[in-house]
Design a protein around this ligand. Structure first.
Ligand code: ATP
Length: 931
């Protein structure tokens, strides 16, 4: 046989394909033999050796956008075209220095944009590694969780629902295994898997005994041996890409791009108008053209794209530091307008540190403490609870059922125990241990032959064991309603009701209650099917466990409430338990009740709309209810963040405006569908991300409110000059040259606007209503502010220019020298305007003093750098020559400072006036930025 395979491989190779074995055509034993592996897995040493030889199980990263493409993108903007035209005109007019300066600015601008985008791209790429992918492997029979890149051919991998298949596997065993292979075949209906060998010609989609890397396990469990890793997998062969590249694009950047286009069109139209006016006034053609280009250069907000990109990248990084990893960039923005957060309970709002508190059998009840068991309630009187007291047999069986019917393991010695596995099951194992049981020995004594794994929709789990005497027993554990329904009670319905009364009592104390039952195996067989666990069980008892709320979750919920965000808890737990925890967390008023999933199912859409508005705690919710809840909330205009961890949560996560997956307990499937992953599973991280999202948006608006007035101001300065200024000796008198305008628009604006992206949180960031998602970026606020500041800036600069030019020429200074001085004064005034206005912009609505004068050192660094540059522009002879400037005397400087500082006064008055009129109008409605 190997000969044939070898030939095939050669044939495939000559056809230009990578040699691939027809693994699906061989029986499992043959595959294992071929791979020199066994069903118990490789030895760690061998796995390491293979890893060294074959390399990691990772697909090559999608090639980043090439450096050239990135550079080209920087160049391909309207401003660059205008600048190149300006350089051309300058050179044509013989103004070589000007032409070179403009070209220099083009190069500088391209460089800055390039570096910034590259860094932002890296920051976002780094996020991918923050959510590691893992695989459960058997190595010499020992199960361990390893990073997926460490898998090698021959490794035996365990799969369970929710996993992403980590490499190409030939399946060795399956239990109701279903795999969704859309990533590979485009088929979205999950394929049922089996292990039997298939015909060699079976196409990829029909190879049901294979599980291919990158596909998703949606149901059941299975094991398989790795036959190919990394680029050798089917996925690696069809696409050499790890993930689609993360584009630096969000609704906001798209909106801004549209605004930018219209702005450019408007500016070009205005430039044409300006040229016409100039010519009408008798400007020479070249001068008119130059004036028009100068205006365009000043008016195009060139710094904006870089600022937006950087603000988003900074936001994403900050969120990651606060343990929320953004998977899709738009989420970074949407977070800021979130109005409802729907959160799981277990692990997110609570600690997921389950501890059994009470055990109950129909004959006895016990309280579990750190050291052991004591009789509890009415039983304590009957039993006395003395030192010689021993756990009765029925209680022992209850605890044994808990230990056997669970997958958790206990590690460690000397009181420092560590639980591996589901915390609910860990609690059961610990409870058995506290009763003095040696769980490992117990599991050897009662080996598990088969089982029906726990699934959220079923809410139970069953295991089949062989007893020491060769008998067979099935243990069942799960939600009390589900278990009780499968039990026969000696006393009939009354006994069942007694159990449920006890459940209610424990649940109302906030406990999660699990019920346990035992039954004989049907037909004494060694396998267990779902159909075998429908009825006929003997009820054993209950165990109640607590899972304390996270204190930080409580604080975050309170913070969300202040921020106008509704928090809803959606849990698979019992209604009474959910209500008790909900009250502790401050989600449920004492008189309110929780609504259960099955009640939701019975509601019409209209009724549901009413219920989702009113109710904040939903219990016994199945994944399909979650989807309906999200839709109902969205139909009412809410922006919904929804958490989920299970494989069946994926649709709800995709539907939500922000799907949030759990980094620790979440399944790979849920992470794939999410917009954001919580590294620590903690609700507080969602609230932190919302806060950061609001900050990102605030800072973007601040940058806009800072940048736009300068552009408009420069345009107004040029327009006014061309329209109204006197002509001086046949050529027009312009308050600024193109190179000076470039200086302001590119050097100063960028140096000052960038620090705003680092601006600290506004003090009210979490005490105002969420931003309306449809609120335009350039809201009335930004537009009004832009117009006001631009006019003030233009008036100040023009006024000082005319004053200085007038005074100097009157003193007999040659016109050309006077012009230089006056222009330098105009430029300096605009720059100082920006410096003062920047202080205003640090907070949109509050006084700078309130947000802390020194809270953002970057601003002062920016200002210091700019002042140094400006001093160079004014006083260095070289710069004087290049930019046509002239040194200013102290008197001129004082005048510039005085005029520029008016903006500080004006905006402070405006803020004061706004806050005076807005008091008492807070609350839900358009958030203030932009509104
Ligand atoms: P939340 O949705 O708040 O995170 P959860 O995810 O823990 O809660 P599920 O895991 O769906 O909720 O559990 C629902 C119910 O199933 C529990 O209330 C419990 O009764 C039962 N249950 C939970 N874990 C197990 C388990 N390992 N074995 C058997 N039954 C379980």
């Amino acid at each position: 046989m190997p000969g044939t395979r070898e030939m095939e491989a050669t044939a495939a190779a000559t056809r230009g394909e990578a040699p691939v074995r027809a693994w699906h055509a061989a029986p499992p034993e043959a595959v294992l033999r071929e791979l020199d592996a066994s069903a118990g897995g490789l030895s760690p040493v061998e796995a390491k050796r293979r890893l060294e030889v074959l390399g990691p199980n990772a697909l090559p990263r999608a090639a980043r956008e090439s450096a050239w493409a990135l550079v080209l993108r920087q160049v391909n903007t309207p401003l660059i075209y205008v600048l190149l035209a300006a350089a051309g005109v300058a050179l044509a007019m013989g103004k070589t220095v000007d032409g070179i300066v403009v070209l220099g600015v083009v190069v500088l601008n391209t460089l800055i944009g390039f570096v910034q985008e590259m860094r932002a791209g890296r920051a976002i790429e780094a996020l991918i590694d923050m959510v590691p992918e893992t695989a459960t492997v058997l190595r010499m029979g020992e199960r361990s969780v390893v990073p997926a890149p460490q898998l090698v051919p021959g490794d035996v991998v365990e799969l369970r629902s929710g996993d992403k298949v980590p490499a190409d596997l030939r399946l060795l065993s399956v239990r109701s295994l279903r795999v969704e292979e859309a990533a590979l075949t485009g088929e979205s209906v999950p394929a049922a898997k089996s292990v039997e060998a298939l015909a060699e010609g079976a196409p990829l989609g029909d190879r049901v005994n294979m599980a291919y890397g990158g596909t998703l396990v949606t149901y059941g469990t299975g094991t398989g041996v790795v036959v190919a890793t990394g680029a050798a997998t089917e996925l690696g062969r069809i696409s050499s890409m790890l993930r689609e590249t993360t584009h630096l694009e969000t609704p906001l950047t798209r909106q801004l791009a549209v605004v930018g286009k219209w702005l450019t069109v408007g500016i070009l139209a205005t430039a044409a108008l300006l040229m016409a006016v100039g010519m009408w006034r008798g400007y020479p053609l070249m001068d008119a053209l130059l004036a028009a280009i100068t205006m365009a250069v000043g008016a195009i907000p060139e710094g904006l794209p870089a600022i937006v990109t950087i603000a988003l990248a900074i936001g994403v990084q900050r969120m990651a530091k606060r343990r929320a990893v953004i998977r899709r960039l738009p989420a970074c923005e949407t977070l800021g307008s979130t109005t409802v957060i729907c959160s799981d309970k277990t692990g997110t709002l609570t600690r997921n540190e389950m501890t059994v508190q009470e055990a109950w059998t129909p004959r006895a009840a016990f309280r579990v403490s750190g050291v052991g068991y004591a009789p509890h309630g009415e039983f304590s009187r009957a039993d006395g609870g003395g030192a010689a007291w021993k756990l009765p047999r029925d209680a022992q069986e209850l605890l044994r059922a808990g230990a056997l019917c669970s997958d958790a393991a206990l590690h460690g010695e000397d009181g420092t125990w560590r639980v591996d596995g589901d915390p609910t099951e860990g609690a059961l194992v610990v409870a058995a241990r506290k009763a003095g049981m040696d769980v490992e020995a117990l599991r050897r004594e009662w080996p598990r032959l088969d089982g029906v794994p726990f699934e959220s929709e079923r809410q139970f789990m069953a295991t089949l064991h062989a007893g020491p005497d060769g008998s067979r027993v099935v243990y069942l554990k799960g939600a009390p309603e589900v278990v009780v329904a499968r039990c026969d009670f000696a006393g009939g319905g009354e006994d069942a009701r007694a159990v449920l009364r006890e459940v209610e009592r424990m649940a109302s104390a906030g406990m999660r209650v699990l019920a346990f039952a035992a039954g004989p195996a049907a037909g004494g067989e060694d396998t267990l099917a779902e159909a075998d666990v429908e009825d006929g069980f003997v009820f054993l008892g209950l165990q109640g466990m607590i899972d304390p709320p996270r204190p930080e979750a409580m604080r975050s919920i309170a913070a969300c409430h202040r921020a106008g965000i509704t928090v809803k808890m959606i849990t698979g737990d019992h209604r009474t338990t959910a209500a008790a925890i909900g009250r502790e967390l401050g989600l449920l008023a004492p008189a309110d009740r929780a609504v259960a999933g099955e009640e939701l199912a019975a509601l019409t859409d209209a009724e549901l709309a009413e219920v989702v508005r009113r109710v904040n705690v939903f219990a016994r919710v199945a994944p399909e209810h979650k989807l309906r809840l999200v839709r109902a909330l969205q139909a009412q205009g809410e922006v919904v963040a929804m958490t989920g961890d299970g494989v069946n949560d994926a649709p709800a996560l995709r539907q939500a405006d922000i799907g949030v997956a759990m980094g620790i307990t979440g399944t790979a499937v849920s992470k794939e569908s999410a917009d954001m992953v919580l590294v620590d599973d903690n609700f507080a991280s969602i609230a932190a991300a919302v806060e950061e999202g609001r900050r990102v948006y605030d800072n973007l608006i601040k940058s806009l409110a800072f940048v736009l007035p300068t552009n408009l101001g420069l345009a107004v300065i040029l327009l006014a000059a061309v329209a109204f200024f006197p002509m001086a000796g046949g050529s027009p008198l312009l308050p600024m040259t193109p190179t000076q305008i470039l200086w302001i628009n590119l050097v100063a604006t960028v140096a000052l606007a960038l620090p705003l992206a680092f601006e600290a949180m506004e003090p009210d960031v979490m005490s105002r209503a969420p931003r309306r998602p449809d609120a335009p970026v350039l809201g009335g606020f930004v537009v009004a502010r832009t117009a006001g500041v631009a006019l003030l800036m233009a008036a100040g600069a023009l006024g000082l220019f005319l004053y200085e030019y007038g005074v100097e020429t009157a003193r007999g200074v040659p016109a050309e020298v006077a012009l230089r001085e006056a222009q330098t004064m105009a430029v300096t005034t605009v720059i100082l305007f920006q410096v003062f206005y920047l202080l205003n912009c640090r907070s949109l609505h509050d006084s700078v003093l309130r947000i802390g004068l020194w809270s953002n050192p970057a601003v002062y660094l920016g200002i210091a750098a700019l002042l140094a540059l400006q001093a160079a522009l004014v006083y260095l002879p070289f710069m004087n020559a290049v930019f046509g400037t002239a040194p200013l005397n102290a008197d001129a400087l004082v005048k510039s400072v005085a005029v520029a500082s008016t903006v500080l006064v004006a905006i402070s008055l405006e803020k004061w006036w706004r806050s005076a009129t807005a008091t008492g109008q807070r609350g839900r409605g358009p958030a203030r930025p932009g509104g």
